[in-house]
Design a protein around this ligand. Structure first.
Ligand code: CA
Length: 224
């Protein structure tokens, strides 16, 4: 893995510490929250690549939380649960859980399932539509049809945030939250200006249409 950010929502310190250790050893960045009440707020300013979500949490129920997260995010979610009944698992899939891990678990299994799901999610982003638009985080390049362009860090984060949920309209505020993780103060025009430059660069990829669309009065979305 290359520094993918995994959010661990787990109230038991020992389990959380083991998960953090194993995920970091696998090359991920890990952030841990102990209380379910903190999750939605944290997600307003952070964009994890995957969430490991404990089912039984103080402050909220993992399943309810999952449904709330799904209202505004397609981030892969693995639910960690002591309950293994089928009915429970099915309820979870309906709420948008992508995979399950039952306690007690082997940390290696967690890492294996996490990396498998991350790979699947990244594949889905890369193959949006028929055209393969690929982002390489290590070099901040966007590639398609044998062409490539180098993006600035901001342009890369912008495109990556939009691509994570194809078709979803992002307001300028949401884009700012996702792109400027360091709370830098920027205004709407800054976002517009970065989008403009990004689009100018994407033309070089010879895509059939401009994948970054302005939605008048609403914001932007990615569609290929
Ligand atoms: Ca728990």
């Amino acid at each position: 893995m290359h520094g993918e950010l995994v959010l661990i929502v787990e109230d038991e310190d020992k389990i959380a510490a083991i998960l953090v250790e194993y995920l970091q050893a696998a090359g991920c960045r890990a952030h841990r929250l102990a209380n379910g009440m903190d999750v939605l707020l944290w997600l307003k300013v952070n964009t994890p690549d995957l969430i490991l979500l404990d089912r039984m949490l103080p402050g909220s129920d993992g399943l309810v939380l999952c449904r709330e997260i799904r209202q505004h995010s397609a981030v892969p979610i693995i639910m960690i649960t002591a309950r293994i009944e089928e009915a429970d698992r099915l309820a979870g899939f309906e709420q948008g859980v992508d995979d399950y891990i039952c306690k007690p678990f082997s940390p290696k299994e967690v890492v294996a399932r996490t990396t498998a799901l991350l790979r699947r999610a990244q594949g889905a982003i890369k193959s949006a539509g028929d055209i393969r638009l690929v982002l390489d985080r290590d070099s901040y390049r966007a590639m398609a049809n044998g062409h490539e362009v180098v993006l600035t860090a901001v342009e890369f984060e912008l495109l990556s945030a939009l691509m994570a949920s194809p078709g979803r309209i992002f307001s300028r505020d949401e884009i700012m939250d996702r792109v400027y993780r360091d709370f830098r103060v920027v205004n709407d025009r800054t976002i517009d200006s970065h989008i403009k430059k990004l689009r100018r660069k994407l033309v070089q990829l010879h895509l059939a249409e401009d994948p970054v669309r302005s939605m008048y009065g609403l914001g932007y979305k990615f569609e290929l």
